[in-house]
Design a protein around this ligand. Structure first.
Ligand SMILES: Nc1ncnc2c1ncn2[C@@H]1O[C@H](COP(=O)(O)OP(=O)(O)OP(=O)(O)O)[C@@H](O)[C@H]1O
Length: 303
């Protein structure tokens, strides 16, 4: 599917709830076929943004475009569908009846059997939804989102409650469809999911985009290495003067130095102090996440 129109175009959107600024001037363009993770701490504004993408609420200011037009229309046409965190299932229907009911709302819809198969719940199709496990119910929500065969799939913490196999099957299905051109946006708290399955990570904090790039790019934004060594009573001020050092922490008999030039730090510690047991580590995505979304605001983190 080749399309020059953006799948999603958010232009300076804000959303306020009384005194709360849930979204605070967010710009985002997502191209067709991209798999984008929306990552951020609790209360960052992810769900509020997703609601606006689905036309469930309107921005206080700014514009939301989905495939160049109104979000609600895109949903009504079956071009966009979503798997939300909770809700929306009727317990007295079977799994199959639930999918059939949703399929009856869309023409043309994917076949019910195919959808059950893709979501990994064909074997529990005749079970009442109320008797299905939490993970199976989450797979059912995923199945329902696949029914209209959407061009844009929006997932709000889609794998909550799924076991390891469930997660793996889920992401395999997502990646297979992405390879055929489906755009996917997912909000998650699982850094490893964003790292493993997204082409691009958009990191949000307090309703704004603070970083936007591949997992490797995000990690390098919080670049630098940590040197840890055993050293009694280190001269913190002297270590701070080593080029590239941005923090020095003392914990018991250990000193932990973070900076852009770990070689210079190691050389200094070995040549000028009694430091021993040196360990050099790079930051992982979790460190980058903490550095970019924590307080105080890191320098140069704004995209
Ligand atoms: N209807 C509402 N009324 C008042 N405040 C709201 C409403 N919806 C969201 N908020 C507030 O807006 C902010 C952003 O919430 P949102 O649910 O979008 O965050 P999130 O990134 O999805 O968080 P989480 O990871 O915890 O799901 C929060 O401070 C939240 O309390």
């Amino acid at each position: 599917m080749i399309e020059s129109t953006a799948a999603v175009e958010l232009d300076g959107i804000t959303k306020t709830f009384g005194p709360v600024r849930a979204v605070d001037g967010l710009d985002l363009r997502i191209n067709p076929g991209e798999v984008v993770a929306f990552l951020g701490p609790n209360g960052a504004g992810k769900t509020t943004t997703i609601d606006m993408l689905l036309g469930l609420s309107h921005p206080t200011s700014g514009t939301v475009k989905v495939f160049g037009g109104d979000a609600r229309r895109a949903v009504a046409l079956g071009r966009v569908s979503a798997v939300m965190q909770t809700g929306g299932l009727l317990k007295d229907f079977t799994v199959r009846e639930t999918v059939e009911l949703t399929a009856s709302l869309f023409r043309p819809a994917r076949s019910v059997d195919e959808v059950l198969e893709r979501a990994g719940i064909a074997d529990v199709a005749d079970r009442l939804v109320g008797k299905a496990s939490g993970g199976q119910q989450q797979r059912l929500r995923f199945a329902l989102a696949l029914v209209p065969d959407p061009d844009l799939l929006i997932l709000d913490e889609p794998t909550t409650g799924m076991d390891v196999q469930g997660r793996r099957d889920f992401w395999d299905a997502i990646r297979t469809d992405a390879a055929r051109g489906r755009t996917t946006v997912f909000a998650t708290h699982y850094l490893e999911e964003a790292d493993a399955y997204a082409d691009r990570i958009v990191l949000v904090r307090r309703g704004r985009v603070v970083a936007d790039g591949t997992a490797a790019e995000i990690k390098s934004l919080a670049a630098g290495r940590t040197v840890r060594a055993t050293l009694r009573a280190p001269d913190v001020e002297a270590i701070t003067t080593v080029p590239g050092v941005d923090s020095v922490d003392v914990r018991g008999d250990s000193v932990i130095v973070h900076g852009s030039d770990s070689d210079a730090v190691a050389r200094y510690l070995l040549n000028h102090t009694d430091a021993r047991d040196l360990e050099v580590t790079s930051r992982n995505l979790e460190d980058a996440f903490m550095a970019l979304t924590g307080d105080p605001e890191p320098e140069g983190a704004h995209a």
